[in-house]
Design a protein around this ligand. Structure first.
Ligand code: SF4
Length: 278
């Protein structure tokens, strides 16, 4: 019988998603995160246990433990929408043009999906056996071992770059930057397909110094990164904060002009850069 430890804790399975990877995706939002970004729009996914909430006067619970076969059954309901199987030769792509040619599949998001790597492996193995493409959205602030397991079973990585000043990252996000940088190095040198996502957050990640650090870091890996996505955040997830009786996140938006300027600053690296709004 499955123990709670071997089950996967998640808050949502979002079907027919077009923004979480190639093709049509089923996105699984896992609960529990190693960071506490002040701009987080998914506060229901931070704590690694189910949580009671009250929304519009009605109580509910964020988070449910799924047995691995139960989760697999849920995502396989969308199998016909993934438009094709992943051939062995497609597992390691090296050019951003190839992203659009990949079939849809399953994306693991969160929270921090890689924190539940052990529980996810049997699900990933079963998906791979059926030729279904898998992706993950990760902040990479996780034990190195989790990244190494992920590299073995996950086909495609979306990796955040946020605050690159160690003391500020610790103070603001509650994360160890040295661990992140080490994991990033391991992942990018593995040959796994990686798209970098940069949330541009007023007062936290948008300043000259941080943009310069980001550029210098990406320069070191310019041949290993498929694409950079600059993310202009505007979804505060306010109702979810209210439902958990948490104070609303306080951060400033950034201008479209700054997004374009940031894009121009990164373009000389030779990596395709796209400005995205979420
Ligand atoms: S890494 Fe993502 S899920 Fe975790 S706190 Fe930051 S924004 Fe929220």
């Amino acid at each position: 019988m499955d123990t709670i430890e071997s089950k996967v804790l998640l808050t949502n399975i979002q079907r027919f998603s077009l923004h979480d990877g190639p093709g049509i995706r089923t996105t699984v939002f896992l609960k529990g995160c190693s960071l506490r970004c002040p701009w987080c729009s998914n506060p229901e996914n931070l704590r690694p246990q189910p949580e009671e909430y009250v929304k519009d006067g009605l109580p509910g619970t964020y988070g449910k433990h799924y047995a691995q076969d139960e989760l697999l059954r849920e995502v396989l309901k969308d199998k016909n929408f993934y438009e094709g199987k992943l051939e062995q030769s497609q597992w390691k792509i090296t050019d951003s043009d190839q992203i659009e040619k990949l079939p849809g599949g399953v994306t693991f998001s969160g929270g921090e999906a890689l924190l539940q790597m052990d529980s996810l492996v049997p699900v990933l193995q079963a998906l791979k056996a059926q030729g279904i493409h898998t992706a993950v959205e990760t902040c990479l602030f996780v034990p190195e071992e989790n990244v190494r397991i992920a590299m073995e079973w996950i086909d495609f990585f979306y990796v955040d770059i946020k605050i690159l000043n160690a003391s500020k990252a610790q103070e603001v996000e509650k994360g160890r930057l040295d661990l992140y940088l080490q994991n990033l190095d391991i992942l990018l040198n593995s040959g796994c397909p990686v798209v970098i996502r940069i949330p541009v957050i007023g007062g936290f990640t948008d300043d000259d110094e941080n943009r310069d650090k980001v550029k210098k870091l990406l320069d070191r890996y310019r041949d290993q990164i498929l694409k950079i996505e600059l993310i202009k955040e505007h979804n505060l997830g306010e109702s979810k904060y209210q439902s958990l009786n948490l104070p609303l996140p306080a951060y400033k938006g950034v201008s479209d002009a700054l997004m374009e300027q940031y894009k121009k600053e990164l373009e000389p690296l030779g990596i395709p850069v796209e400005v995205c709004k979420i």
